[in-house]
Design a protein around this ligand. Structure first.
Ligand code: SF4
Length: 474
């Protein structure tokens, strides 16, 4: 679809609101009304006006007046005018209103830090951003869980280590992930560089308490048993054993009993084994190359090897899935009784294969997604879990959220710290991005590593030089 902007320069914000209604469109900025659908967004210094044209004819318009001239307020009225104009035609439910940010719970905590009450913050989000009462309740619940974890982690740091290899690439994947069969010959060189980066980085982290270590990817358990053992030994040697130590064992097809033993022997406290769905037809369609039975087998094997904190990730909104499939997945998980479940709603990312072939699949609409989320939530409640962290992404089916649920005292500290952005997280490996936070000002600085495995290996010394900035930032 096309859009025209006059009197303001909130291009990203305009597109973000359009994405709520037209999640898989291409958005083209233009200067005159075009064929098809065109949005015109105008700000005249006091009010925002949005007009929607179809094939040259005006179909809808809406106007909102700003309460002051703050940038945030101008952005809000522009977004609200667009949402009201488009929704007068689309008429869809907007559980998150015009809120497009990634970290909804953080907004509540920011408001509290500014001395506002929960009621004041909630009313503003409901009346000015159209957030539904149900989502507000979720935001408040999650914000309160996150707040106590942030408080306990003050002055500490987190560490992320990326292993960007997977057995195959899932249909919806947009992460830094390389298929193992093509990269197998490079995994040892990658490990050499990663360990070099660990040895270099420890000089900056030595004086700080490491609260959590998270080894993610990719799928870290794609590494061979010997490589996994080498990785975990190097982590321990350079950074010690933290309070929380997570390893993503995401793909059940990468797990062996020996790998589970290695993880346990190195004092890993939390693993994540992810089925995404327990329906074999969908698993095949999304290219996971494992069955539901393989996931159940891996989970039970992990329990036998003493893993007492297992998270499972699932995705709602996968192609072809309806309520029956969601119930089947949740019942299967209930039988296994994991300590936590992260419920994602499908995001169709630009870098995914799914984006290119979307029209081939039948995808659930927003109303169906609301029902699927409610089913998942009901089952987590039955399992004694509460929501404790949450984030949103662009291009999510129905513009919903990802929510982590857990049993009592089973929150993942790392996940919360990433969301609240109050703690420095040092990240190592290809595609890793380090984020330091100045506790006095909350100012965030980032240090990026190159994404490609080949570049990471050939430019490792440059990555180390970039890390030198930690000397003053930590
Ligand atoms: S397991 Fe995760 S990182 Fe690997 S291909 Fe699938 S979605 Fe991507």
């Amino acid at each position: 679809m096309y859009y025209i902007i006059k009197g303001h320069n909130f291009v990203d914000e305009t597109v973000s609101v359009l994405m709520i209604f037209y999640p898989n469109d291409k958005y083209i900025q233009t200067d005159s009304v075009a064929e098809g659908t065109t949005l015109v967004s105008v700000f005249d210094g006091k009010s925002a006006k949005a007009q929607l044209y179809t094939d040259g004819g005006l179909k809808a318009e809406a106007m909102e007046t700003a309460e002051n001239t703050d940038r945030g307020e101008i952005k809000r009225v522009i977004g609200l005018s667009i949402a009201r104009a488009v929704n007068s035609i689309k008429n869809i439910s907007l559980p998150w209103g015009i809120l497009t940010g990634v970290r909804p719970a953080k907004l509540i905590n920011q408001g509290l830090d500014q001395g506002r009450s929960i009621d004041e913050i909630s009313e503003a989000l409901h009346n000015k951003y159209l957030v539904s009462r149900e989502k507000l309740e979720l935001m408040i619940q999650v914000a309160s869980e996150e707040r106590s974890i942030v408080e306990a982690g003050k002055g500490k740091i987190g560490l992320y280590i990326g292993i960007p290899f997977c057995p195959t690439r899932c249909l919806y994947c947009s992460f830094t992930s390389y298929p193992l069969n093509r990269y197998i010959a490079k995994t040892d060189s990658y490990m050499d560089c990663l360990i070099k980066e660990m040895e270099f980085t420890r000089q900056f982290t030595r004086s700080r308490e490491i609260e959590s270590i998270y080894i993610g990817g990719g799928t870290p358990t794609s590494l061979s048993e010997a490589q996994l053992d080498r990785l975990l030994s190097a982590v321990e040697e350079n950074f010690g054993i933290p309070e929380e130590y997570t390893v993503e064992a995401g793909r059940p097809d990468t797990l062996t009993r020996e790998k589970l033993r290695i993880l346990k022997a190195h004092n890993v406290t939390r693993i994540s084994i992810n089925p995404q769905t327990l329906n074999d037809k969908t698993l095949e369609l999304i290219g996971r190359e494992h069955t539901a039975a393989m996931f159940i087998n891996a989970f039970e094997m992990a329990r036998e090897e003493g893993h007492d904190h297992i998270n499972t990730d699932i995705i709602l909104g996968l192609p072809g899935e309806g309520e029956k499939e969601v119930i089947n997945t949740m019942e299967g998980l209930e039988r296994l009784s994991p300590e936590s479940i992260t419920v994602h709603t499908l995001a169709v990312k630009r870098a995914s294969r799914l984006r290119e072939t979307l029209e081939k699949y039948s995808m659930p609409d927003a109303e169906a997604m609301e029902r699927h989320i409610a089913i998942a939530r009901r089952y987590t409640e039955k399992m004694g879990m509460l929501p404790y962290y949450m984030y949103r992404q662009k291009n999510m089916v129905g513009n919903f959220e990802n929510t982590g649920y857990c049993k009592k005292n089973c929150q993942c500290i790392y996940n919360v710290q990433i969301m609240e952005e109050k703690q420095s997280i040092i990240a190592l490996g290809a595609g890793a991005s380090t984020k330091t936070v100045d506790p006095a000002t909350d100012r965030i600085e980032r240090i990026f590593n190159v994404k490609s495995v080949d570049d990471y290996i050939t430019r490792i010394d440059e990555m180390l030089e970039r890390k030198r900035a930690l000397e003053t930032l930590l």
